[in-house]
Design a protein around this ligand. Structure first.
Ligand SMILES: CC(C)(COP(=O)(O)OP(=O)(O)OC[C@H]1O[C@@H](n2cnc3c(N)ncnc32)[C@H](O)[C@@H]1OP(=O)(O)O)[C@@H](O)C(=O)NCCC(=O)NCCSC(=O)CCO
Length: 259
């Protein structure tokens, strides 16, 4: 597919999406947001793709929503702007395939919110992460108020949103905001290694894990636990379950087909 503001690359079972407005630190203008929406659909619908990785070109992962658009927005436009950004982030969170945000540099505002909608975040030690919307006299509008709070807890999330301060990759790891950090020089290799490991697992198990975890987090514990058991029953109908159990019994590596 053709894109102007991002690049996609298929590498075996991995699908790389690279935001590509480096001179604007990959700020999310409407074009980039819509192309991102299209690119994740492309990865989701390709049966060969098992893991989707999102990253940025240049010194930023993404510096957030494009601020140059803000002065033209009426309050109703702003509501639609936030809603559309949120819809794209919600869609990324609900993909059936695992997603990894490879945070190579600035992940600010909507850029951090994009990373928060991914399943796993790996950051360069040199990266800087934050929600600086407060400095614009606004607040996060692409899901950050909710997702950050669920990931790092209320006190830390409020501090990040109320100060607008940027965290280093290492501090973000300490806060539990990213899964791990690595020097920038090692980031791609480390991300690829993790993505390839996940890509070898059963796509059906991966999709059900995501569904049960995400829907469970939105539900009372008893409902989440019940969903887990129902899904567990469903997964026993799959060829991948047969393959996984037989591979163990036959002392060989499983070859999961996603069926
Ligand atoms: C990320 C910062 C700290 C980087 O600073 P610096 O290295 O000095 O680089 P700059 O010269 O500032 O930036 C280069 C170039 O990119 C443009 N740009 C950067 N961020 C944005 C953005 N979010 N929107 C539009 N354009 C952006 C910047 O204007 C420069 O363009 P020129 O044409 O060369 O002037 C610093 O850039 C920074 O603080 N950026 C803003 C971060 C931010 O506030 N993000 C939140 C946005 S609101 C939001 O996301 C709502 C959703 O919740």
């Amino acid at each position: 597919m053709e894109y102007e503001t991002l690049e996609t690359k298929k590498e075996g079972n991995l699908f790389w999406i690279t935001l590509n407005r480096p001179d604007k630190l990959n700020a999310l203008n409407s074009k980039l947001l819509e192309e991102l929406n299209r690119a994740v659909s492309e990865g989701e619908s390709d049966p060969e793709v098992r893991v989707i990785i999102i990253t940025g070109k240049g010194k930023a992962f993404c510096a957030g929503a494009d601020i140059t658009q803000f002065n033209q927005l009426s309050p109703t436009d702003a509501w639609r702007f936030s809603k559309r950004g949120r819809e794209v982030m919600d869609k990324i969170e609900s993909l059936s395939k695992p997603t990894i945000a490879m945070i190579n540099g600035y992940a600010l505002g909507g850029g951090l919110e994009l990373a928060l909608s991914c399943d796993i975040r790996i950051a360069a030690e040199e990266a800087q992460l934050g929600l600086p919307e407060i400095n614009l006299g606004i607040y996060p509008g692409y899901g950050g108020t909710q997702r950050l709070t669920r990931i790092v807890g209320k006190g830390r999330a409020l501090e990040i949103m109320m100060t607008g301060d940027r965290l280093s990759g290492k501090d973000a790891e300490r806060y539990g905001l990213v899964n791990r950090v690595t020097p920038l020089s090692n980031l791609e290799q480390e991300t690829r290694k993790l993505a390839e490991k996940i890509a070898r697992k059963s796509p059906v198990s991966l999709a059900l894990i995501k569904e049960v975890v995400n829907k469970g987090l939105d539900s009372p514990l008893a409902s989440g636990l019940s969903l887990e058991s129902i899904g567990w029953g469903v997964i026993f109908s799959t060829e991948d379950k047969k393959e996984g159990v037989n591979a163990f019994l036959e002392k060989r590596e499983p070859n999961f087909k996603g069926k």
